[in-house]
Design a protein around this ligand. Sequence first.
Ligand code: OGA
Ligand code: MN
Length: 198
Amino acid sequence: MSHTLYAKIIDALVEDGYIIIENALNPTFPQSLREFLRDERAFKKAGVSSYPHVRIDRKRRRDKTCWLEEDGAIMSDYLAFMAELQHNINRDLFMGLSYYESHFAIYDRGDFYETHYDAFKGFKNRVVTTVYYLNKGYKEGEDGGELIIYDENNNMIQKVFPHANTLVVFLSDKFPHEVLPAKKKRYSIAGWFRVDKF
Ligand code: OGA
Ligand code: MN
């Protein structure tokens, strides 16, 4: 994977705290990852609030998720990119990221995730968030499921269309964000670099 991509992400984390990159990774990744997760029985209703008190609240969040494990070539390739990103961030920014966890998420038509932070100030567990999209043929203005990123005063700063191979990276405790209702089935992989395991 190109060094310039890691450098670009790191520069953006320093400058703005977030970055949205279209056509970010190997263009074959989204399709391979979609095929890999064809078995939706492994997916469970996602919870809100954090481990160990997982709660299911359909008013706040409706997606289904499945934790990623390194069990297959495509998963290894994807996680290898994230491992290298972790290494680069630690080397350049001394963030001490020690662990990466990630899950696939499926939003059915009508599913959404209301505005939230991935980490609360003072609780340095999730430090950097990644979201990677797998929606080939996504139609802007029709398919819904946009990711809206806000600043700390809740002003909208970005609207992200979840096109296949778009990667979003942001500081987990700086940006409230939400997923608008999907109008078509929506596939993504969300992940978090942490400074501890739990
Ligand atoms: C999350 C999340 C965003 C997205 O899972 O915490 O904010 O666009 N996902 O899927
Ligand atoms: Mn989130």
